[in-house]
Design a protein around this ligand. Sequence first.
Ligand code: C2E
Ligand code: CA
Ligand code: CA
Length: 569
Amino acid sequence: MITGIRHSIELKRRILVISPHEDHRRELEKILSSEYKVENVTGGREALRKLSGLSSYSLCILDLDLPDMKAEEFLYQHRHSETGSSRIPIIAIMDRYGHEAPIIRAGAADFIRTPFQAEVILARCERIIDLSVDKRLIRMAQDDPLTGLYNRNFFFEYVRQIEKNLENPHQDAVVINIEHFHLVNELYGREFGNQSLRLLADIIRSLKTRMDSIACRTDSDCFYIYCRRQTNYEALLEEMSRRLNASFREKRIRLRAGVYQDVNPADDPEEWFDRAKKACDRIRQDYTRHISYYDQKLHEKAVFEERLIHELHDALEEKRIQVYFQPKFDITGESPKLHSAEALVRWNHPEFGMIPPDRFIPLFEANGLILTLDRYVWEQAAAEARRWQDEFGVRLPVSVNVSHIDIYDETLDAEFDALIRKYDLTPDLLHLEITESAYAENSERLLSVVGKLREKGFRIEMDDFGSGYSSLNMLSVIPFDVLKLDREFIRNLVGNQKGLRMVKLILDISRDLEVRCVAEGVETDEEYKLLKEMGFDIIQGFYFSRPLTPGKFDQFLQQHRMPVPKGSP
Ligand code: C2E
Ligand code: CA
Ligand code: CA
């Protein structure tokens, strides 16, 4: 299982030979040095010292007639060493018969005989090292059952071990993904998806010796490769992709790779692969690039994100996280009427200035901080809705964004209940915007959560519709009250016949389903007129107003004040 890397000069394992006999030491060194880095000592005490030191040995070969202690005593002390060296296996040299049993009982893993036979010795060393690398690791269940590559835990443990033995480390961390793997599964079926993963794993395995690498699959379509620095990753990826696709007739799969070159041994291997993954993720939507390298720009982004994570709580406390409100207009009547507002978060940072949500929402979604942030925003939004009623006599619904991460929160409906109770609002005043991709992701959980919220009277808006991969017929099975068409549709609408037909179709379907349709991102008069003519109900966009601070929104409200009758969505 590890032979692929043993041939590398850089990755040579160390063997310690303990023998008072010069001829034994010389002969063993001659036999072993093609495959291993061999070190010699003559006595037991020196050997124990070396074994418990910093160098890490893969194996010991022990002559039984030590000058300074009995072999059994040496084995006993080694086995009870507290430095962790006891897991280094020992092969004993036997020059006569009858001695084997007590020595093996004392802890030797195997034995070799004099006169030395090179082939036998090499085979035994290899086997014993394989067996011991490491029982501990093997216990961690080393394989990924689907592909037979290592699993994540074993991989990292192994990388750490190799790292310790490297003398000339110029190693790279590589992450490989299959482009749109979830779509591959959806279009061609799970079995085909699994088959692609197994094939890709086979290809990666076959490159093991050439790349001097070890590899694992962490989850889904994510493969990690730790390897000697390669000169041409483009060619390697191209080869993988060609071989993979050669096995399929009409289907085509694209690979994507992220590379972190020349890993820093001072950092943890998980960190190296996080970086390679960041590089890989950067080209997720970019069809022109297959490979991305971790570079200074990504590094700065990582440092920036690290700061945001650390500063979030203080920023909330210091009110640097601010909620803006963007009006939505009902355009079904003669003239547009203010209908509601969407709460949109911003971070007013003392050093970086105003940070838009796209720069921190995905980050906080990845680490769970979104739960805290969203609750803060919801509370601000509810408080404002209360104030609009008290100060301006306007019952204006406010919509808040609900991240797909929030959906997993068991107490979500109770939290919204508590919120409207606290601010004495009715549930129809709180609209919850949930992105379309959340529906596709975990539909069962979402269906039950959304169902419960709707029963309580909260209005559900399906946000960014058309941006993901959900199908139109999905619309008929999931519960929602308002469909918000993704901004991209609007951007490409004027003069685009295909786009227009598509939007008309979506409008027709929403009519059938009796849900209202919102167009967001409307910027121009031309767009507005077109959408009105097509029969859209509600419009949001710079055409009417950009998102406003609460103070500015107050002014806007006074100009457009129009009490909304109870119960309208
Ligand atoms: P979204 O929910 O689709 O929000 C609409 C985005 O479109 C807002 O960007 C808004 O400023 C922008 N927008 C509105 N009208 C126009 C227009 O006419 N033209 C253009 N080009 N853009 C327009 P923003 O505020 O940067 O928010 C970006 C995204 O961040 C939001 O997209 C939403 O997904 C997320 N987000 C914002 N606030 C929150 C929040 O409190 N919680 C969560 N979970 N996500 C949030
Ligand atoms: Ca939204
Ligand atoms: Ca949206």
